[in-house]
Design a protein around this ligand. Structure first.
Ligand SMILES: Nc1ncnc2c1ncn2[C@@H]1O[C@H](COP(=O)(O)OP(=O)(O)OP(=O)(O)O)[C@@H](O)[C@H]1O
Ligand SMILES: [Mg+2]
Length: 224
């Protein structure tokens, strides 16, 4: 699989990368090495210039626009580098958002606990945001560490098969970071989701089934 944001400037050239069902994989690499780019490819946000990406048996290249959006909403829970929470929505509204975009995740949520709101509260409670007063606050009023846990709950709701976390801990102190990763790994394991976590910080790899350096699998070597 090859990809570059511009012609002649390849960022990724990966012969093969396989993530097993239920596996948690820690992928590390320095800033600018292409970690977020790889996650965009796996999330079908961008398409490779050559080669193929298969997610849950589905060849992403054969999905057209709307089907790609549907696939992403149904099967992927994403915690973005900058969280991408909607500031004008409350904490709980942010968490249940995936259930509005995906009927599948809505159904799975209802099967699990009865309603998206109940499941949202349960997940937030698990992540240490159980205070009912927090649920109705706009996320913009929360601390960065709290926002990160809201983003995690949003990724987890409806138990998507694949969780993707893009360096979601850079703003936290060491203890909060370790606690967050332990929680994320535990929740992923509980629902049987695969977890793909990227970071430049190799010290965070401890809780994961496997760790990998992007440079080991990427044939593109960066100048400078
Ligand atoms: N949307 C974009 N448009 C153009 N170029 C981009 C875009 N996103 C990333 N790049 C380029 O692709 C390369 C890899 O960037 P990427 O964001 O994937 O790195 P990263 O490993 O996630 O870095 P960091 O640890 O800082 O988040 C960089 O050279 C970057 O400038
Ligand atoms: Mg990045």
């Amino acid at each position: 699989m090859r990809f570059g944001w511009r012609p002649g400037a390849e960022v990724l050239n990966i012969a093969s990368l396989r993530v097993e069902t239920g596996e948690s994989l820690f992928l590390r690499g320095p800033s600018g090495s292409g970690k977020s780019t790889l996650l965009s490819l796996i999330g079908a946000v961008v398409t490779p210039d050559g080669g193929r990406i298969r997610v849950l048996g589905q060849e992403l290249g054969s999905l057209a626009g709307a089907a790609r959006d549907r696939f992403r909403a149904d099967h992927l829970g994403v915690i973005f580098q900058l969280f991408n929470l909607l500031p004008y929505l409350s904490v709980l509204e942010n968490v249940v958002l995936p259930c509005h975009f995906s009927g599948r995740r809505r159904r799975r949520t209802i099967e699990n606990t009865g309603s998206p709101e109940t499941e949202g509260r349960r997940l937030l409670e698990h992540l240490g945001l159980g205070d009912p007063l927090i649920l109705s606050r706009p996320v913009s009023e929360l601390s960065v560490g709290q926002q990160q846990r809201v983003a995690a709950a949003r990724a987890l709701i409806g138990a998507p098969e694949i969780l993707i976390a893009d360096e979601p801990t850079s703003a936290l102190d060491t203890d909060a970071r370790d606690a967050f990763i332990a929680l994320l790994c535990a929740e992923a394991a509980r629902v049987g989701s695969s977890l793909l976590f990227v970071s430049h910080d190799a010290a965070l790899a401890r809780d994961f089934d496997r760790q990998l350096d992007l440079a080991q699998i990427n044939r593109v070597t960066r100048a400078g």
